[in-house]
Design a protein around this ligand. Structure first.
Ligand code: ADQ
Length: 475
């Protein structure tokens, strides 16, 4: 039997597939794991559980046949060129993404983008209905697919449907701006279980349901009239902690870390930033803060390097192009003013790296700088804690990352407060070894104990038991 005919009892549905296509010079095609937080988190879950992953393969106007990958089935969903523009770059990434991140960039509202969003959500729901076996568990992911739970329930009431939002669910005042707010709430309510990164997200959602729909809300439960009960709760996501730790301690990664230090001329301290190049990640503020510390002589470029890697992201969306230009300019200006010896004060790489290189970077970072203006969780902070050897390291973390709720021993910053951030950066770099160790020990324990398997098990177990309750009551 081919992959196309296989039905699955566990289905993950996400905008993008877990794999990216790579075309070699000789024209041969292979697939490699895609970068980004959602895939980093869910790929190990799929490898362990098997099933099907429904998602777009990343190119427009092209149909790709289903295939097997690492023990699960890849089920590609096609998108046309205009759908990529309107559903993906438009409604998902220029309307919902900024709006759900505190409007740190201005969200645009266009009716034709919404129409494309509805069409594509319908297609994802149809594909999922086709590949899910009777009574299957379906786990829909993220803001690109907010309508899928309801659409899918209409087609397949036998399914157990979970939905997880990887980005923040915004405060009521912001969400209410959406012209299609009611449709989106009803779309999400099609799920048996709605998961958010932090409890505040679930309570924002429930408050909106209470005020904007007719459904009855009792604590964390919504009684969807004539249908089912939808529960909304927080499930803070994590990483494959043991997998990252093992990778970081492999001889290859240790050698790569040494080579990196050689290349940098063995500075006394390495500050590190790792992000998708996204305006929510607070890169402008971070680069300015580090630049001022160099310019004011508080950090000596002979001793200290700030290494920033930024994965290219959403490059066809205007805001992202502007951000890229701004960072290029800013880094260039700072480096021309505060030249280091043999290497610049800020080493900036605008590219994606293999996971082993990421692990090597985390190994050599004395101060990890994670300063988003708003972030659902932020896995980079957790990856650093899993990968950095020993207890002599420091995590500087924005209070506006979901991770700040769990990683309380980090050096916390408000990224909007440049002077405050500069003080904390210096404090983290110069704190006593005893304090740094005490904080790192607690942080590392947190990440070691809260793994991605535990996160997935908790969500899927709850989905199994919660989904059954209303049916038993109705019997
Ligand atoms: P993202 O916004 O993508 O995720 P994050 O959680 O930090 O943010 O994950 C980024 C991932 O990309 C990490 O696994 C990191 O290692 C990887 N990465 C970053 N730069 C890279 C580079 N140059 N080369 C290779 N890999 C790189 C979204 C939400 C987050 C949430 C996750 C998971 O915005 O808030 O934590 O989903 O739910």
């Amino acid at each position: 039997m081919t992959a196309a005919h296989l039905k699955a009892s566990f289905v993950v549905v996400a905008n993008r597939l877990s794999v990216d296509r790579v075309t070699e010079d000789d024209g041969s095609v292979s697939w490699r794991t895609a970068p980004g937080g959602l895939v980093t988190a869910l790929e190990p879950v799929m490898r362990q559980r098997g099933g099907a992953w429904v998602g777009w393969h990343g190119a427009s106007d092209e149909e790709v046949e289903p295939f097997e990958h690492e023990g699960y089935t890849i089920q590609p969903v096609p998108l046309s060129h205009s759908e990529v523009e309107e559903y993906y770059e438009g409604f998902s990434n220029a309307t919902l993404w900024p709006l759900f991140h505190d409007s740190v960039a201005f969200p645009e509202f266009h009716r034709e983008w919404w129409d494309a969003y509805v069409t594509v959500n319908q297609r994802f729901a149809e594909k999922t209905a086709e590949v899910a076996e009777d009574g299957a568990t379906v786990w829909v992911q993220d803001y690109q697919l907010l309508l899928v739970p309801q659409l899918l329930r209409e087609m397949r009431p036998d399914l157990r449907i979970g939905f997880f939002l990887h980005i923040p669910f915004p405060p009521v005042e912001l969400f209410q701006q959406l012209p299609w707010r009611r449709q989106i709430l009803e779309g999400m309510l099609g799920a048996d279980l709605v998961g958010t990164q932090v409890p505040g997200g679930a309570s924002n959602f429930l408050r909106l349901v209470r005020t904007r729909t007719q459904h009855k809300v009792e604590r964390d439960r919504v009684r969807v009239e004539g249908s089912h009960t939808c529960v909304a709760r927080a499930y803070p996501i994590s990483i494959d902690s043991a997998g990252f730790e093992e990778l970081a301690n492999s001889p290859e990664v240790i050698a790569e870390a040494e080579a990196l230090l050689d290349e940098l001329g063995h500075p006394k301290q390495v500050f590190l930033g790792v992000d998708r190049l996204d305006y929510t990640k607070g890169l402008r503020q971070r680069v300015r803060a580090m630049g001022e510390l160099f310019q004011e002589g508080k950090l000596d470029p002979a001793d200290v390097v700030f290494f920033q890697v930024a994965t290219p992201s959403r490059e066809r969306v205007d805001e992202y192009r502007r951000l890229r230009d701004d960072i290029d300019l800013l880094v260039g200006r700072i480096n021309s003013e505060v030249g280091g010896v043999g290497r610049p004060a800020i080493v900036y790489r605008h590219s994606s790296f293999p996971r082993s290189t990421m692990a090597a970077l985390y190994r050599i970072a004395d101060v990890m700088v994670v300063t988003p203006l708003r972030d659902g969780m932020n896995l980079v902070a957790k990856e650093y804690l899993a990968c950095h050897p020993g207890e002599d390291g420091a995590l500087v973390l924005s209070e506006f990352a979901g991770a700040a709720r769990e990683l309380r021993q980090a050096y916390m910053v408000n990224p909007y407060d440049l002077n405050g951030m500069k003080d904390v950066l210096l404090h983290a770099a110069t704190d006593s070894p005893r304090n740094r160790r005490r904080r790192m020990r607690a942080l590392k324990r947190q990440v070691r104990e809260n793994t991605i398997e535990a996160w997935a098990d908790r969500f899927i177990d709850d989905l199994g038991s919660l989904g059954r309750e209303p049916r038993q009551q109705e019997a």
